[in-house]
Design a protein around this ligand. Structure first.
Ligand SMILES: Cc1cc2nc3c(=O)[nH]c(=O)nc-3n(C[C@H](O)[C@H](O)[C@H](O)COP(=O)(O)OP(=O)(O)OC[C@H]3O[C@@H](n4cnc5c(N)ncnc54)[C@H](O)[C@@H]3O)c2cc1C
Length: 529
C-alpha cells in the first residue's frame, strides 16, 4: 500500500521576509501552507539590509513615484503592526557645494516625499542652515557645507525578528515551518506543479504533494527554477551591497546621515544602530557565488574613506570595524544600465509556462513585504480557484506587538533581570518577553544569568529552541537573541549559550564542541582583516 504524501495548498520556498510574509497571509486566509528554507530563517538577503523601513527617497530620482507611495503607506502600517520593532529615525542630508544633488533638487525631493506621505504619522522635513546643522552635529565636515535637510523615516534594528514573527504568526495560523530543508526538485504532472522534493540537514530526502509553489528564494530564485521541469529564462540580476559596523568614533553623529559619496556620487547611510554605527551600502553588479557573500576589501575601504571625509575627526581604520556584512539584492535582470537605476519594485511572476501553479517573487524590500505578500496570496486564490477571505495582515498585530506593557510589568515583578536586561528583552521580543520569564519561573535552571550580572537569562536560549525554531548556536546567537550583532559579536556569552543549548538539545561534549566551532567560524567570517 502506498502512503499518500502530505498535501499542501502552497509550498513557499524561502523563509526570508517575503516568504515569511506570504506564509502568514496565506495561513491567515485558511490555506494549508508549508515553508521550506535551505538554511535558517532570515539567513539570506533579509539579514543584510540597511535595516530601514523607508519610503525610498532615492527612488524619486528615478521617477518611481508609485513605489515611494507604496513604501510610505507600508511604513505607516508596519509602525502599527510591529510597533515594538519599527521605530522612527531622524535622517540628515548635508548639502555640500559642488555635489551632484544641489540644494534646490533636494528641497524639491523632500517636498514630494512629504506630499506622498500624506496622512502623516511622522513629521515632515525641515531645512537647516550651515550654523544650525553644525550646532547639532559638530563632528560634521564644515568645509564647503551649505546647509542640510532633515526628515523622518523608520528603522528596524533587528529585521531578523520581523521575519521570525511573521513565521510565528503563520505557524499559529496552521502553517508548517521547516528550516534547513533545501528544495532540490519541483515536479509537475499534466504541466501543473504537484510535488516538491527537499533534503534536510541529515541528507534525508522527503516529498510533499502541493497544489501551488511560491518561489521566494530571493537571489536564488533562478537556481530554484532550475529544479523545475522546464527551462526558464533568467529573472534575477542581483547587485551586491555591503555594510560595515563600527563603534561611536570622535565626532560621531547623533542622528542618521544620508550622504553623497565623493568617489561616485552614490548616496550612502551612516546610521546609529544597536549602540554602534551602521555604514553602507555599496551597489555593484554581482555574478559570483550566492553563498557566503562577504564585503570585499575595496567596498570596506570605500565606506571607511567616505565616512572619514564627512566626519573628519573619525579617523576610522580597518581595525575599528566590529564586523561587516554583505548580500545581493534580488533585482530583476537587466543586461545594461547603471545599477542604481534598476527598478526596486517587486514583480510577482507567474511561471505557468514552466508549470501551472508556480509563482516566483522578484525583488521586493523589507519595507513592502506585507503588501507583496497580500498581492501574492490574491494571486494564489486565482491559481487555486479558491475564494479566499480578505487579507487581514494590514491591521493584525504581529505576535510581539501585543501586551508590551503587561510584559514590562511581568518582567519587573519577576526580578530576574536588571533594568538594562529588561529593556533589552522588551526591545527584541516585545510582549513575548513575558513568556520567557514565565518559562523561567517554573525551572531554576532557566533562571541562571548567562553573564552573571542578570542581563541575560538561560531561559532565552531555551525559548529560542522550543518556541522559535532555532536549531544551531548560530541561529540562537545571530538570529534569535541578536547578541551576535553586538560590538563583540556576543563572544563573551558563547560558552554560557552553548551550555544552555547543549542541555536542551541533549548534545554530547563532542557535538557541543563542533557546534561551538561552527558558531565561532561564522562570527569570524564577518570580521574584516
Ligand atoms: C545591501 C542591501 C540593503 C538593503 N536595504 C534595505 C532597506 O534598508 N530597507 C528595505 O526595505 N529593503 C532593503 N533591502 C532589500 C531587502 O533586504 C530584500 O529585497 C529582501 O530582504 C529580500 O527578501 P527575500 O525574502 O525575497 O529574500 P531572502 O531574504 O534572500 O530569502 C530567501 C531565502 O530563500 C532560501 N533559499 C534559497 N534557495 C533555497 C532552496 N533551494 N530551498 C529552500 N530555501 C532556499 C534562502 O536560504 C533564503 O533564506 C536591502 C538589500 C540589500 C542587499
Amino acid at each position: 500500500m502506498t502512503v499518500p504524501l502530505p498535501c499542501y495548498d502552497v509550498a513557499i520556498i524561502g523563509a526570508g521576509v517575503n516568504g515569511a510574509g506570504i506564509a502568514r497571509d496565506a495561513a491567515l486566509r485558511g490555506l494549508r501552507v508549508i515553508v521550506l528554507d535551505k538554511n535558517d530563517m532570515c539567513s539570506g538577503t533579509s539579514a543584510v539590509s540597511s535595516r530601514l523601513i523607508h519610503g525610498g527617497l532615492r527612488y524619486l530620482e528615478y521617477g518611481e513615484i508609485p513605489l515611494v507611495y507604496e513604501s510610505l503607506h507600508e511604513r505607516r502600517c508596519l509602525r502599527r503592526i510591529a510597533a515594538h520593532l519599527v521605530k522612527p529615525i531622524r535622517i540628515n542630508i548635508p548639502i555640500f557645494s559642488g555635489a551632484r544633488r544641489g540644494l534646490l533638487l533636494i528641497r524639491l525631493g523632500m517636498i514630494a516625499y512629504d506630499l506622498l506621505s500624506f496622512r502623516k504619522s511622522l513629521p515632515g522635513h525641515e531645512m537647516l542652515d550651515r550654523e544650525q546643522i553644525m550646532n547639532d552635529e559638530p563632528g560634521l565636515r564644515d568645509d564647503g557645507l551649505l546647509g542640510a535637510t532633515r526628515y523622518f523615516d523608520a528603522q528596524i534594528t533587528f529585521a531578523e525578528r520581523l521575519v521570525l514573527e511573521n513565521l510565528l504568526a503563520a505557524r499559529s495560523a496552521g502553517a508548517e515551518i521547516k528550516t534547513y530543508c533545501e528544495v532540490r526538485e519541483i515536479r509537475a504532472c499534466d504541466r501543473a506543479v504537484d510535488t516538491v522534493v527537499f533534503v534536510d540537514r541529515e541528507g534525508a530526502e522527503s516529498e510533499i504533494a502541493v497544489k501551488s509553489v511560491v518561489n521566494a528564494a530571493g537571489p536564488w530564485v533562478d537556481k530554484v527554477l532550475k529544479t523545475a521541469p522546464r527551462r526558464a529564462k533568467r529573472f534575477i540580476g542581483g547587485t551586491k551591497g555591503s555594510h560595515i559596523v563600527v563603534g561611536r568614533f570622535t565626532g560621531a553623529p547623533k542622528g542618521a546621515f544620508y550622504v553623497e559619496a565623493a568617489a561616485d556620487g552614490r548616496p550612502f547611510f551612516i546610521i546609529p544602530w544597536n549602540s554602534q554605527l551602521l555604514i553602507g551600502t555599496t551597489d555593484i553588479r554581482y555574478e559570483e557565488s550566492l553563498d557566503n557573500i562577504r564585503a570585499s576589501r575595496a567596498e570596506v575601504d570605500y565606506l571607511v574613506a567616505e565616512t572619514n571625509r564627512v566626519f573628519p575627526n573619525a579617523n576610522l581604520r580597518i581595525d575599528d570595524i566590529h564586523f561587516a556584512y554583505a548580500g545581493v539584492r534580488p533585482l530583476p535582470y537587466r543586461e545594461k544600465g547603471p545599477e542604481s537605476a534598476i527598478t526596486r519594485r517587486h514583480i510577482i511572476k507567474s511561471n505557468r509556462k514552466i508549470a501551472k501553479g508556480l509563482i516566483s517573487i522578484i525583488g521586493g524590500k523589507l519595507t513592502t513585504y506585507r503588501n507583496l505578500a497580500e498581492q501574492t496570496v490574491d494571486r494564489l486564490a486565482k491559481v487555486l480557484h479558491r475564494k479566499l477571505p480578505e487579507c487581514r495582515t494590514r491591521d493584525t498585530l504581529l505576535p510581539g506587538a501585543w501586551g508590551v506593557d503587561r510584559a514590562r510589568e511581568r518582567l519587573k515583578v519577576s526580578e530576574l533581570l536588571t533594568e538594562e536586561g529588561t529593556a533589552r528583552l522588551l526591545s527584541i521580543y516585545g510582549g513575548r518577553a513575558a513568556s520567557i520569564v514565565e518559562m523561567a519561573a517554573d525551572d531554576p535552571a532557566l533562571q541562571v544569568s548567562l553573564d552573571g550580572n542578570g542581563n541575560y537569562l538561560a531561559a532565552e536560549v531555551v525559548f529560542s529552541i522550543r518556541e522559535e525554531f532555532a536549531t544551531t548556536l548560530t541561529d540562537i546567537v545571530f538570529r534569535r537573541m541578536m547578541i551576535g550583532l553586538d560590538a563583540d559579536q556576543g563572544r563573551s556569552l558563547y560558552d554560557a549559550v552553548a551550555s544552555a543549548a547543549a542541555a536542551e538539545f541533549g548534545w554530547e561534549a563532542a557535538q557541543q564542541k563542533r557546534e561551538f566551532q561552527l558558531l565561532v567560524d561564522y562570527a569570524d567570517s564577518l570580521r574584516v582583516t
